[in-house]
Design a protein around this ligand. Sequence first.
Ligand SMILES: [Fe+2]
Length: 269
Amino acid sequence: MTNQLQHAVLAGTELSPFGRLVTADAAGRSLADVPVDTLLTTTLQAKVLVLRGYRALDKADLESYCRAAGELAEWEFGTIMDLVVQDDPKNYLFDSGDVPFHWDGAWSARAPRYFLFQCIQGCEPGAGGETVFCDSAQVYREAPDDLRALWARAMVTYRTDRLAHYGGTMTHPLLATSPVTGETTIRYAEPLDPAIYRNPLFLTVEGLTAEEAVRVMDDLRVRLHDPRYCYHHAWATGDIVVAENHALLHGRNRFTGPTARHMQRIQII
Ligand SMILES: [Fe+2]
């Protein structure tokens, strides 16, 4: 057991198939009332932590709260990204369509350990836009040996134009070891078809024959979306969600109703 796991954790309700919901025990609580070490230790245990009934922090306070836990990812917009649906976005993140599975920080030298969302303005029930988290470490644990042997040989090169805060070309092994827990995890960003997405993502797989690469990609398209491995979070105003980035992949369902949603995201390296 690491030192981190010996810290206090927040009790709450277990979500399905993973994740934990913690509701504030009294009115007037804010995120700042939760010690950040407790927040992250709970997230490490639960993989996704949902807080309800805790007031969000303004940007300066959110930044200093998270900075106490580690270095923050810095982008051209600063450390906090405002996620709103735009009318004519260049990048699919700001579109109303779906966002395929990926992990944060794939285009950076270091991927964040955790990311935290504050939902300033949520969606109406049934309006779509749920964030989907896939427990890729669990997918690996339950996969057959022959598939795991193929995965272990696969190197994936990703290519996309830089139209938002990331882009270019990058190569990652399909399997990685989580620097947080030491478990084997799948690092995979799903391809984005140029016929559908505003800035497509092209993949090339090396280390496998062409037939093996097709088999692996076809299989991942189904396996990663198996409901046994995926927690869908429907956003309500005021939700604060923290996720462990190395063990999970995440994406977003498309909006099917009004898109007046506003989220803020910060990443802890
Ligand atoms: Fe992301």
